[in-house]
Design a protein around this ligand. Sequence first.
Ligand SMILES: [Zn+2]
Length: 134
Amino acid sequence: MTETPSPRSDARSGPWFTDDTGTVHLVYKACLKCGRQTFPPQPYGCLECGAYDADVFVDRHAEATGTLAAQVTVHLHPDQPTPFRIAEIDVRGTSLCVQAPLASEEGLDVGDRVHAVVLDNATLAFAAPQEGRS
Ligand SMILES: [Zn+2]
């Protein structure tokens, strides 16, 4: 968890940004009153305690890496080609559990480390770490 100096999410893609090294960071809200963390961020206040003041309900960002907690394969969808996989990712260093597509069909199991990638269509997805990264 890192305090956000001035993160900018790309309004075209979603609440994340890519730094100069190509690492994807998630932008989320953290409540300093009760500790709840929320992704995607929303402006209405803490879902746990209702705090909404800007000095209590604050922006944070975290490197979009974590552990695959669960996954499902979607075989029917009205708008997208199937099959595709959706996963829950426990984001490292936070209490966030993020739902996002998996970037590939193969080789990931619950407990595996994953990191975020931004696909060509500006969709955030998770994939196995590249060689040499953790
Ligand atoms: Zn709260």
